[in-house]
Ligand binder design. Structure first.
Ligand code: MLC
Ligand code: AMP
Length: 499
């Protein structure tokens, strides 16, 4: 079934109820609340416009636009016409976007900011600004059709960087999204009257799929902030019942003077994920608000995988139990499942698991076991009850404020800078973002100025990937195989952002 058909079936009975309501700074830009009827109508118009531009089922529609209700309607319109939605982080530079365009070969590229008049179009002939596309859509009759899709038809391609430095498009099917949305809606106990406070970006799994799908399945009102702002979120909490965020949301709320239980009286559920929530933040949050944040674990390739229970015990530092239908196992280096409570690489299987990387069958094969389990690259233990605790990452990855930064990609850029002989990029503890990006460099001759490094990275690499600390060394520590010992560097520079 087309995921859109499922969502619209659920919001059919609430067509005149508020759907997505721009709040905060977005209210000025996007105007009044959009009802579910408005969303349905806009998606049918976007569907008509996309079909008019030649989009056929299975064609990719690549979208790099700031958060807006129009962008949500566009996403629904892409699903509706059977297109494949390819969302891009708004921080990506032209160089990065050019790669995604060539890799995904989209029929249409949508850019620019809704309501800004920004043409969004560039030299790329398939490119159109979201304002222009919306204007075109509004001039057309809505196309009420919902393209029939099978469970294994693609709904989205989400790019995730790789340990090789080359981005990979994770192919996500209608079946993947549907199973995950239904499971989360059920286990998180969505109920009539729930109101979601939405402050996440809508170009990643967390804000786009997890948050919006559960809310739409529930025909809930969504209070739609353009971005996270602790004061605004605090101000809006009394109007909401559910907040989903990355750990930084919670540590920033705690940093608000006086923030506490009085702010959270209407809230039923605080969800955290995308990066580790420290026991300190979890504990402080409970002490200040009386709420135990529900931590869950997921990844682009599989949506949500495990979750702490809504009603059972939520344990700090653990990510809970596999979602219904999802299997997990921790596997040792010999490829054999380790005993309960021991640490191994987490492998997973289930209806949420993607079929592979776009155009990269060998890469897909490398990460899939013969029995259909996917190797997550996360290190975890699974206890006798099936509760999962993540203990680290086997993959070389830094997660800053919920955004993934793959060191290899940053090292490749640094190594191109004249005067840099080699580099190693690591994550160091960061009070606000969880981890901050650090570069350790070896000079060809003498160290390059920080400003020169920044300028060199600036043009080609999204800002959130930039190291903000640079250290020069004579040699990088290596093991007997010649591999850089990043654990040694992590230890050496653990105070890079603290202390
Ligand atoms: C912004 N900046 C970051 C950053 N976000 N740097 C490192 N890491 C980040 N996450 C930089 C900008 O480049 C800018 O730098 C400066 O910080 C201020 O920008 P801003 O836009 O004002 O940032 P801020 O409000 O501080 O944003 C922080 C944040 C945001 C945590 C609120 O990053 C955020 O919303 N993160 C959520 C990410 C997310 O949705 N992840 C889910 C992935 S899905 P300069 O120098 O340019 O001024 C997934 C699967 C799963 O992982 O399990 O969910
Ligand atoms: P992404 O590629 O953006 O989908 O990021 C997926 C990765 O985020 C996972 O492989 C984990 O390493 C990490 N992650 C997601 N949720 C959690 C969590 N609750 N705790 C720790 N790490 C997490």
């Amino acid at each position: 079934m087309n995921l859109f058909a499922l969502l619209s079936e659920r919001f059919e009975a609430a067509l005149d109820c508020p759907g997505v309501v721009p709040v905060g700074a977005a209210a000025g830009a996007s105007g009044p609340a959009w009802t579910y009827r408005d969303l349905d109508d806009a998606s049918a118009r976007f569907s008509a416009a996309l079909r008019g531009r030649g989009v056929e089922p299975g064609d990719r529609v690549l979208v790099q636009v700031p958060k807006s209700v129009e962008a949500v309607a566009l996403y629904l319109g892409v699903l509706r016409c059977g297109g494949v939605y390819v969302p891009l982080n708004t921080a990506y530079t032209e160089r990065e976007v050019a790669f995604f365009v060539s890799d995904a070969s989209p029929r249409v590229v949508v850019r620019g900011a809704a309501g800004s008049g920004d043409p969004g179009a560039d030299a790329e002939p398939r490119s159109v600004g979201i304002d222009a596309l919306w204007e075109e859509a509004r001039s057309l009759d809505p196309d009420p059709a919902v393209e029939p899709r099978r469970g294994d038809d693609l709904a989205a391609i989400c790019y995730t960087s790789g340990t090789t430095g080359r981005s990979k498009g994770a192919m996500i099917t209608h079946g993947n999204l549907t199973s995950n949305a239904l499971a989360l809606h059920e286990i998180w106990g969505f109920e009539p009257g729930d109101v979601l406070l939405h402050a996440l970006p809508i170009f990643h799994v967390h804000g786009l799929f997890v948050a919006l799908h559960t809310a739409f399945l529930n025909a809930s009102k969504v209070l739609f902030l353009p971005a996270f702002d602790a004061a605004e979120v605090r101000h809006l909490l009394p109007e909401a019942t559910v907040l989903m965020g990355v750990p930084t949301f919670y540590s920033r709320l705690l940093a608000e003077p006086g923030f506490g239980s009085a702010d959270c009286e209407s809230i039923r559920l605080f969800v955290s994920g995308s990066a580790p929530l420290t026991e300190a933040v979890w504990g402080d949050f409970e002490a200040r608000t009386g709420h135990r944040i529900l931590e869950r674990y997921g990844m682009t390739e599989a949506g949500m995988i495990t979750s702490n229970p809504l009603l059972g015990e939520r344990v700090a530092g653990t990510v809970g139990f596999p979602l219904p239908g999802v299997e997990v196992r921790a596997v040792g280096e010999d490829g054999i499942e380790v005993a309960a409570g021991e640490v191994g690489t987490l492998e997973i299987r289930g209806p949420n698991l993607f079929p592979g990387y776009w155009g990269l069958p060998e890469k897909t094969a490398e990460e899939m076991r013969d029995d259909g389990f996917f190797v997550t690259g996360d290190l975890a233990s699974v206890d006798g009850e099936g509760r999962v605790t993540l203990v680290g990452r086997g993959k070389d990855l830094v997660i800053a404020g919920g955004f993934n930064v793959y060191p290899k990609e940053v090292e490749d850029r640094l190594n191109e800078v004249p005067g840099v002989a080699e580099s190693a990029v690591i994550g160091a503890p960061h009070a606000d973002l969880g981890e901050g990006v650090v570069a350790v460099l070896v000079a060809e001759d003498s160290p390059v100025e920080d400003d020169t490094l920044r300028a060199a990275l600036g043009a080609g690499l999204a800002r959130y990937k930039h190291p903000r600390r640079f250290y020069w060394v004579g040699d990088l520590p290596r093991n007997a195989m010649g591999k850089v010992q990043k654990n040694v560097l992590r230890e050496r520079y653990r105070d890079a952002y603290c202390g």
